[in-house]
Write a protein that binds this ligand. Structure first.
Ligand code: PNS
Length: 204
């Protein structure tokens, strides 16, 4: 599938620190990884997003308080993707959720290794959301593997709002498929897609 990247994707020269400014915020010797000459400007928030939930939306809005630009990257595997929505549908739904944000958010899809994709788009930071302690082991393994592959890419974690601690794409799909109420857990247009997909209205 061709890349569905949107947004300008250009680095803003005005956002780059001047050499004078960067000199004044230079970290203590030995505290900066070799080769990382500038602080990260672009972060990537990867996931399956099948579909985007309000938990994802919360993580993305929090990330925008920290990073000037964020690429939301829908991962897919053309050989074994058991997703409910196609990568293009998932990208569309995320774009709809962030239509108010302008070019600070880019929505894209990728296949292959996340760290290779991050390098291709010039992202040095991977953002992941954490809900409960149970997320930790999986996230820890992924972070360590990604660090093994590309040590210059850092992973940072955002805590979702507590109201989304039990929200996951897998659970909302399952609940919606049996006609359960997932309002407030997913954006309205995702709810509409569930309704048309499962051809029945959620109980309310
Ligand atoms: O939303 P998810 O399903 O928890 O996201 C997992 C994702 C997509 C971030 C992860 O599976 C991934 O990075 N896939 C791309 C392939 C890859 O790089 N695999 C090695 C990860 S250590």
């Amino acid at each position: 599938m061709p890349s569905t990247r949107s947004g300008s994707g250009k680095k803003s020269a005005s956002r780059r620190p001047s050499s004078r400014r960067s000199a004044s915020v230079r970290p203590a010797p030995g505290t900066r990884a070799r080769g990382a000459a500038e602080p990260a400007q672009m972060a990537v928030y990867p996931g399956s997003f099948d579909p985007i939930t309000n938990g994802h939306v919360d993580i993305i809005r929090r990330s925008l308080r920290v990073f000037p630009r964020l690429t939301i990257a829908v991962a897919y595997n053309p050989n074994k993707d058991a997703a409910m929505f196609t990568p293009a549908e998932r990208v569309d739904m995320i774009r709809e959720a962030f239509s108010d944000v302008g070019d600070r958010v880019v929505v894209d899809s990728f296949t292959g290794l996340l760290v290779d994709y991050a390098d291709r788009i010039g992202a040095r930071v991977i953002v992941r959301g954490l809900r409960a302690v149970s997320d930790f082991e999986y996230e820890f393994q992924m972070t360590m593997m990604n660090r093994h592959l590309k040590p210059h890419i850092e992973t940072v974690f955002m805590m979702a709002d507590e109201s989304y601690f039990y929200t996951s794409s897998r659970l909302v799909k399952e609940v919606a498929s049996f006609g359960g109420d997932v309002r407030n857990l997913v954006p309205d247009f995702v709810l509409e897609r569930f309704v048309s997909r499962f051809a029945r209205k959620p109980r309310g």
